[in-house]
Design a protein around this ligand. Structure first.
Ligand code: NAI
Length: 862
């Protein structure tokens, strides 16, 4: 892998600033350069600045960096990462390029301007620096013309998709002289460090994704005009029913920008000689008319759709392409569309749609057929194999199935037969494939995936570093399983607990499997990973059951559910072997509570963590409040340091149901700790978590300096019962040692109030540790929290019910009415959580919130 520590991005526009942000996300220090402005802004003039002022000369890059913190969706994992981006201009800071390992040009899309820039870069770059262009369509070969052989060997296309943080695709385009080793090394760097899905593309007009994607959009536009279908009808067919995003065709065009679309189409039109291809990419009169009116899509407020505000709220209107007038968008449905909606998975949806012969099933086929034929016909020109094309469409256009996966989903032979019966010419290579006795372009055999590559089946190289739970399951590596979760052998005696219930919501089956997994790992494995391959790690507890019990007033049942949850998280925490949680995507409520007891988190960078229970009128009761209170207590440098600010922060995190915008951002909310890890390559989280388990196990075997010291107060109060726990030294450990002198190893808590929940322990098949003692702010601290909530209530920022929830939360986080500084047991706090949760379940407004979430999928403010 290329070791890139510093990079320079030239051009601080939409793409340049986004690329610089993502490099900063990956820990690369980045210089961002743009032109020197020709005139002062009125603000600069008013401030008495001149054109010679450095702040003015680097204004474009500076403004671009300042804009990153405000941009939505956030280009940076954490606002703090802006410090990794250094602004400058292409005159005063040019010499700094000599310090860059990688120089990326992201300037205006013009061959002569790009060529001129590259000639200047050649003069200054370090001998081993990589130089790349982010062009979306200019030829890499043409750009390198006139440059030295050394330069051309170090030059390639690196085509990021917008927005660079979120779009997985990176097309790497080698020129004829680009070093093959460089292509390999940059591909590895982009995958491992930037988390990109890399596809190597040939240097042809618009490369892979934009070539196929724009063909699909333009062919659809033409079909709409020819058939007289409405925009809404086309979008009803070309969205999820075809395995594409909800933005379907026309909303996608609006997002891309209709002027950009015209330019991208023209890039192919002007370079191809094939009459059929020219007919599709030729200037569209409809697009031209819209661009002429300035109706460019999202960026100009209207395009194929527009939003208007009425007394009843926002109305989405769709364009009538004949009259260029707007009318409220109509909902389109039919038996075929309904069948597709009900089918599970993209391939099944597509088959359900095409199985019918109604108007929309026919339309779907008329839209798909040219795309499938075009992909097959251009394959050899644009890519090495079908795999690159399918990946490019999945990662660059968010399709669920690429064009060749679509051939397979419909059925290769059936597709060819239907095309031929309709008089179409199917590319010879597809027919030869069928004649060779194969029924699909992809085939999964013996746990490996094979694809059609140059007329033969080629096994797709699977990265040995990557672990696929689906593949392990196919290989029979399931240790035990129920309807909601499975325990899978990851190899090296590490097990993985995988959730697979609908939305990965936590119900009784998952909780039972947590307990069973703990027992199994305790007996036979070296450690446990919590990870899954769902769209999201976990959206929280299954509210349906809880709401039903609450509505029926079955309080004993509700109490039992909470106890089961607490027993599960306590069991995870009590396991003497390393536990590593590897969340990704939405990780909410109970999902976070499953992660908090782990020894370490290895998160995908795109993880959105939040204890969001307040949104449904509750507070975390699976140990979430307790864990944040414990973390606050462990972070105290001295026993008599001020705990209140740390508890206030936890109160805000939970009370306001805050959700992190990335894994890094979760540290700000106190949900990630300094020893937790983040992987940018999403697929690596399983392997990284497994390695973390093995490392933790090894670290546990090492004697640390602290091991010879007397037991610290507040740790392992009942070592005889629990035995030593294997875990690496953690930041909180130091705080324990510090507190040793102050309180002298008191066993268990001097908790006031509730008993220490032996029920939870006895519900488990093994003895559970009572864990650490937690120093609490007690009654005076609770008053402080309540005062904050009162202020928000009186200011009209929160509702009376929010205030009630905040009161319960304050009670739990403060450790009830204990005196300030009391040490309480974890179980004591769990009991407070449970009592608060139970009482909130009985509130009609909480039940309304739960019902709203279940039916509408979003929180209700009442
Ligand atoms: P943009 O217009 O937002 O930004 C271009 C920036 O380059 C401007 O800030 C401009 O001042 C600066 N610039 C122009 N000439 C310069 C020069 N000679 N030296 C230094 N800076 C100069 O353009 P955008 O959209 O960021 O596109 C940049 C490149 O990325 C283009 O090649 C484009 O085709 C490509 N691209 C664009 C995508 C998009 O969605 N906008 C997606 C993928 C690639």
């Amino acid at each position: 892998m290329k070791n890139i520590r510093t990079a320079a991005v030239i051009g601080s526009g939409v793409m340049g600033s986004g690329i610089a942000a993502h490099l900063a996300n990956a820990g690369v220090t980045c210089l961002l350069l743009d032109l020197v402005p020709a005139a002062l802004t009125s603000a600069e003039e008013a401030a008495g600045l001149t054109l010679a002022d450095p702040a003015v000369r680097s204004r474009l890059a500076r403004q671009a960096i300042a804009g990153l913190a405000k941009a939505k969706p956030a280009p940076l994992y954490s606002d703090a990462f802006t410090e990794r981006i250094v602004p400058g201009n292409v005159e005063d800071d040019w010499h700094k390029l000599s310090g860059a390992d990688w120089i990326i040009e992201a300037i205006v899309e013009s061959l002569p301007v790009k060529r001129e820039l590259l000639a200047r870069i050649e003069q200054v770059r370090a001998p081993d620096a990589v130089v790349s262009s982010n062009t979306s369509g200019v030829s890499i070969t043409a750009m390198a013309e006139g440059r030295s052989a050394e330069f051309a060997a170090a030059f390639l296309g690196t085509h990021f998709f917008n927005p660079p943080r979120y779009m997985k695709l990176l097309e790497i385009i080698p020129g004829p002289q680009t070093s093959p080793e460089l292509v390999r090394d940059m591909a590895a760097f982009a995958a491992e460090r930037l988390g990109k899905g890399v596809v190597v593309a040939r240097d042809t007009p618009n490369f892979i994704a934009n070539r196929i994607g724009t063909f699909g959009l333009l062919a659809t536009l033409r079909e709409m005009e020819a058939s007289g279908c409405s925009i809404e009808e086309i979008d009803a067919v070309t969205g999820p029913a075809l395995g594409r995003p909800k933005s379907a065709t026309f909303r996608t065009l609006d997002l891309v920008g209709l002027d950009t679309m015209v330019r991208v189409a023209d890039n192919v039109y002007s370079q191809t000689k094939d009459p059929a291809e020219r007919a599709v990419f030729a200037p569209s009169p409809l697009l031209a008319r819209l661009v002429e009116r300035g109706w460019l899509g999202e960026k100009s407020g209207q395009g194929f759709y527009r939003k208007t505000q009425t007394r009843d709220g926002t109305v989405i209107e769709a364009l009538d392409s004949a009259t260029l007038t707007y009318a409220p968008a109509r909902k389109v449905t039919s038996p075929s569309l309904e069948a597709a909606r009900q089918a599970k998975g993209a391939a099944a949806r597509l088959r359900a749609l095409l199985a019918d012969r109604d108007r929309y099933a026919e339309l779907a086929w008329r839209l798909l057929k040219p795309l499938l034929l075009y992909a097959a016909a251009t394959l050899e020109e644009i890519a090495d194999s079908i795999v690159e094309v399918d990946r490019a469409m999945r990662w660059g256009f968010n399709w669920e199935l690429g064009p060749f996966e679509l051939w397979d989903a419909i059925g290769l032979r059936r597709t060819v037969e239907r095309m031929e019966s309709e008089g179409d010419t199917v590319p010879q290579w597809v027919k030869s494939w069928l004649d060779g006795g194969r029924e699909s372009l992809y085939e999964r055999r013996d746990g490996a995936l094979y694809a059609a590559v140059e007329g033969r089946q080629q096994r797709l190289e699977e990265d040995p570093e990557l672990i696929s739970l689906a593949a392990l399951k196919e290989q029979g590596r399931v240790i035990r399983s129920n309807g909601g979760a499975s325990l899978i052998d990851l190899g090296d005696d590490v097990a993985c607990l995988e959730f697979h219930s609908p939305n990965n919501a936590i119900g009784a089956d998952i909780l039972a499997m947590v307990q069973a997994s703990v027992d199994e790992v305790r007996r036979s494995y070296r450690g446990l990973v919590l990870a899954n391959e769902g769209r999201h790690f976990c959206v929280g507890a299954n509210l349906m059951l809880l709401l039903m019990e609450a509505q029926d007033g079955e309080w004993e049942e509700v109490d039992a559910i909470i106890r089961l949850f607490q027993t599960a998280t306590t069991a995870l925490k009590g396991l003497e072997k390393p536990v590593v949680a590897a969340p990704h995507g939405m990780t909410l409520g109970g999902g976070v509570e499953m992660c908090l007891p782990a020894d370490q988190l290895v998160c995908s960078a795109e993880t959105y963590l939040g204890l969001v229970e307040a949104g449904v009128g509750l507070i975390p009761a699976g140990g979430g409040c307790k864990e944040l209170a414990l973390r606050a207590s462990l972070r105290l440098p001295e026993p008599d340091s001020d705990l209140q600010p740390l508890i206030n922060a936890a109160f805000e995190t939970i009370g306001m149901a805050k959700v992190s915008t990335s894994a890094f951002d979760a540290a700000r909310l106190g949900l990630l700790q300094p020893h937790d890890a983040v992987v940018l390559r999403h697929e690596r989280r399983f392997g990284a978590a497994k390695q973390a388990v093995l490392r933790l196990e090894q670290a546990a075997g090492l004697a640390t300096v602290g091991a010879g010291l007397p037991a610290a107060a507040g740790r392992w109060p009942d070592a005889a019962q629990t035995g030593p726990r294997t875990r690496a030294a953690q930041p909180g450990d130091a705080a324990d040692a510090d507190s040793a002198g102050g309180t002298g190893g008191t066993p268990r808590g001097e908790a006031t109030g509730a008993g220490s929940g032996t029920k939870a322990a006895s519900a488990s098949s093994t003895s559970l540790p009572q864990g650490a003692l937690v120093r609490v702010v007690g009654a005076p601290g609770k008053a402080v929290l309540q005062l904050g909530a009162n202020t928000l209530l009186h200011g009209g920022y929160i509702s009376a019910h929010d205030h009630k929830i905040a009161g319960k939360l304050a009670h739990v986080l403060a450790g009830g009415d204990a005196p300030a500084g009391t040490l309480v047991s974890e179980q004591y706090l769990l009991d407070l959580e449970r009592e608060a949760f139970l009482s909130l379940c009985g509130e009609p407004l909480t039940q309304q919130r739960m019902l709203h979430m279940l039916t509408k999928g979003k929180p209700l403010r009442n």
